[in-house]
Design a protein around this ligand. Structure first.
Ligand code: NI
Length: 204
């Protein structure tokens, strides 16, 4: 039998909270620190170790201490999994479990947007040698074919031979996937990658 740990989280409730949405890798959010001070739900069960670093208040604080619109809930997880998660978010300097879990949920919702073929946004990254004129012409042709999906293209001359292109895209997920498929079919490209993002309109 595997040991489990009860882990409390605080996430924004139905009312959207007016605060910056910095990710775990971004600058620390002062609002999150205020939230953390009263967040008793971050305590690990069993060994009494407090995973929400800096949580001097401990459990038992009232719901009134939560940030406006936040909801506190508790989940039970495999202890080892929680410890792995804590190590990961500590390494990434994520201020609280609540923030880390909120980011994971949003990432999952963005994946769902792509699978549901919603309107999404993102960036396609290309690396190629511009001396291959046939390749450059082909890339140009594809970008014109999808001018309704492509918002802008940034071209960076990496060195004498290599170019980096960042193509900003917005449209239905299948349209963007089609652009990527067409680009990947071009011979001679050194790198093609899609950063699958969101328009942000459906995310809290
Ligand atoms: Ni160039």
């Amino acid at each position: 039998m595997t040991a489990s740990a009860a882990v409390g989280f605080v996430l924004p409730g139905p009312r959207p909270a007016a605060r910056p949405r910095a990710g775990c890798f971004g600058p620390r959010n002062p609002t999150e620190h205020r939230l953390r001070a009263g967040d008793g739900g971050g305590r690990l069960g069993g060994d009494g170790r407090d995973a929400e670093q800096g949580n001097a208040a401990g459990p038992g604080r009232g719901v009134g201490d939560l940030e406006m619109g936040a909801v506190r809930f508790t989940v039970s997880l495999d202890r080892e999994l929680v410890e792995q998660f804590d190590r990961k978010i500590q390494a990434e300097r994520c201020p609280t479990r609540s923030k880390a879990v909120g980011d994971l949920i949003r990432a999952s919702l963005v994946q769902t947007e792509w699978r549901a073929n919603e309107e999404v946004a993102g960036a396609i990254i290309l690396v190629y040698d511009h001396h291959r004129r046939d390749l450059v012409n082909r890339l140009m042709q594809i970008q014109h074919d999808f001018h309704t999906v492509i918002l802008s293209t940034q071209h960076v001359h990496l060195d004498h031979d290599n170019c980096l292109e960042i193509i900003a895209v917005r449209g239905r997920a299948d349209q963007i996937q089609e652009v990527v498929r067409r680009l990947k079919a071009v011979k001679g490209l050194k790198h093609v990658a899609l950063a699958a993002g969101t328009t942000g309109t459906r995310l809290a």
